[in-house]
Design a protein around this ligand. Structure first.
Ligand SMILES: NC(=O)C1=CN([C@@H]2O[C@H](COP(=O)(O)OP(=O)(O)OC[C@H]3O[C@@H](n4cnc5c(N)ncnc54)[C@H](O)[C@@H]3O)[C@@H](O)[C@H]2O)[C@H](O)CC1
Ligand code: K
Length: 249
């Protein structure tokens, strides 16, 4: 029987493992990030680790969108691992690094030793992400690590949310393969950002345009067990292929 968890149920599992001394939060985050990367190469073997590729070939590109919590922390791990495999990675942070939780901050700093952390709000304007489809081939990745199971409040129409909807506006014309944003493949870390992990509903505040939607991911990588929100309401439509990976809980 497949176990399906609520956000609280997942937190309880993580807290029990950490409290019991079996593992640290930082180790869980590292495992989560590593499992996202492993799942990417398992689902898309053609993107296989670049170290084996022709060094003269144009490196593969990834844009990683990190949010203000530990979902963002997972994103920093994914960015570091792809970079260390030879990918050209750009990282955008929604929020203030100084306010990141400790494990996410640690992974922010490990990434920052490898490359810049750019303000997410510049993402849509910087031209380096989504705005110039020519920069993004179908073997490029967009990693959504903005919000995970900790999205507790409806998303407001703050610039950040609007930027997220702008990014979704840059999807290829109708009929393009699912999740194609400016030619790249979308990977959601844990759950597409904006979805409630307990209901599968999009958490929109009244001032957020009703047509705002989370990314339609090509691949969603979640940890330990599927969450209710992956399987209900708007969850399935946004998750794309759902892969559940163990993180040793
Ligand atoms: N040990 C662990 O907990 C592990 C967690 N993993 C990953 O962490 C996330 C859960 O992280 P958490 O910090 O609890 O929450 P999120 O990162 O999902 O986001 C919460 C973050 O966002 C803020 N927030 C909530 N609602 C809103 C809103 N409407 N507008 C703006 N900001 C909002 C909130 O204040 C927090 O700052 C989990 O999904 C995993 O990806 C690891 O994978 C394993 C270890
Ligand atoms: K996410």
């Amino acid at each position: 029987m497949v176990e399906i968890l609520s956000a609280a149920g997942m937190r309880a599992r993580e807290a029990a493992a950490i409290a019991g001394g079996a593992v640290t939060g930082l180790a869980l985050m590292e495992r989560a990030g590593a499992e996202v990367v492993a799942a990417i190469f398992e689902v898309w073997p053609e993107l296989g680790p670049d170290l084996a590729r022709d060094p003269a070939a144009e490196p593969r590109r990834a844009a990683v969108l990190c949010g203000p919590g530990n979902n963002g922390g997972d994103g920093f791990v994914v960015a570091r691992l792809l970079h260390d495999l030879g990918w050209r990675v750009e990282v955008f942070l929604l929020g203030d690094p100084a306010r990141l939780p400790p494990d996410a901050r640690r992974n922010h700093d490990l990434w920052a030793a490898r490359g810049p952390v750019r303000p997410y709000l510049d993402a849509g304007a910087a031209g380096a992400f989504a705005l110039d489809p020519a920069l993004w081939r179908e073997d490029s990745l967009l990693v959504d690590a903005l919000f995970g199971i900790g999205l507790t409040r409806p998303l407001r129409a703050g610039l950040a949310a609007a930027r997220l909807s702008r990014d979704t506006e840059f999807r290829l014309p109708q009929g393009a393969p699912r999740g194609q944003v400016a030619g790249c493949r979308v990977v959601a870390v844990d759950i597409p950002s904006g979805l409630c992990a307990d209901t599968g509903r999009v958490l929109r505040a009244p001032d957020l345009p009703t047509d705002w939607a989370p990314f339609t991911a090509d691949l969603t990588v979640t940890f330990h067990a599927p969450k209710i929100g992956h399987l209900t309401a708007e969850g399935p439509a946004h998750c794309g292929r759902l892969v559940v990976r163990p993180i040793g809980l």
